[in-house]
Write a protein that binds this ligand. Sequence first.
Ligand SMILES: NC(=O)c1ccc[n+]([C@@H]2O[C@H](COP(=O)([O-])OP(=O)(O)OC[C@H]3O[C@@H](n4cnc5c(N)ncnc54)[C@H](OP(=O)(O)O)[C@@H]3O)[C@@H](O)[C@H]2O)c1
Length: 228
Amino acid sequence: MDSLKTAKSDQIVVVGQLGQTLDGRIACANGASKYINGSDALDHLHALRANADAIIVGVGTVVADDPQLTVRRCNGSSPRAVVIDPGRRTPPDARLFGAHTEKPLFIRREDDVQHEDEIGVAMLPPGEGEDRPMLDPVSVVNALAARGYRRILVEGGASTLSHFINHRAIDKLHILMAPIILGSGVSGLNLTPIDSLNGAIRPDVRLIQFDDGDVLYECTMQSVWSAD
Ligand SMILES: NC(=O)c1ccc[n+]([C@@H]2O[C@H](COP(=O)([O-])OP(=O)(O)OC[C@H]3O[C@@H](n4cnc5c(N)ncnc54)[C@H](OP(=O)(O)O)[C@@H]3O)[C@@H](O)[C@H]2O)c1
């Protein structure tokens, strides 16, 4: 079930996770999201963390949720926390600073690296509907791999994960579906629009039903690494 655990030592494996409702929401309209998933799904998330070398979040998640990004619900050491934060929006009192023995790594623009705990990566040209260029997810992964972090968990949020999927930088996507319907609120994935169903991603999917009602959809994606 956990491709991070079974990865060979020199292999890059990137797992994305998203907890969502039956109608594809990750939060209420006011941002309230605790907790969409049940206890079993949280256990699963912590097991993923325990098998990862690094765990990536976008700065939006740090600002909204103030996560610690540590392993607490199972045995295992916490992965290196990595925040994609080109605009330096991480609050100085964010909990992840105190939660890890090593400082979090920050992903910045290539020309804006100021400290050893920062990695600069290439920018992409602005995509359709985007008002500013984004950092290239493939460059992010390659830069982490160059530092020895090859088993990578992309924990969110939605826009960070969507960008990784758009750029084929996810090998496995774990969608943790909670059996609830919000009917309004914040949507999960938001990928590049397609014109017909022929353009839909159709991953191989394995289903795992948890005892408390959530269902894990483990999707095998085509990444730039898996295509090698
Ligand atoms: N249900 C779940 O599994 C789950 C998991 C995690 C988070 N969440 C929820 O997701 C929400 C936050 O998600 P979000 O989509 O608003 O924010 P996010 O994905 O956490 O962070 C997005 C921000 O990170 C920076 N960023 C990320 N990737 C980038 C890239 N490739 N290039 C340049 N900048 C990049 C940008 O910062 P700048 O704007 O500063 O440029 C961007 O606006 C929260 O409500 C949180 O509760 C849900």
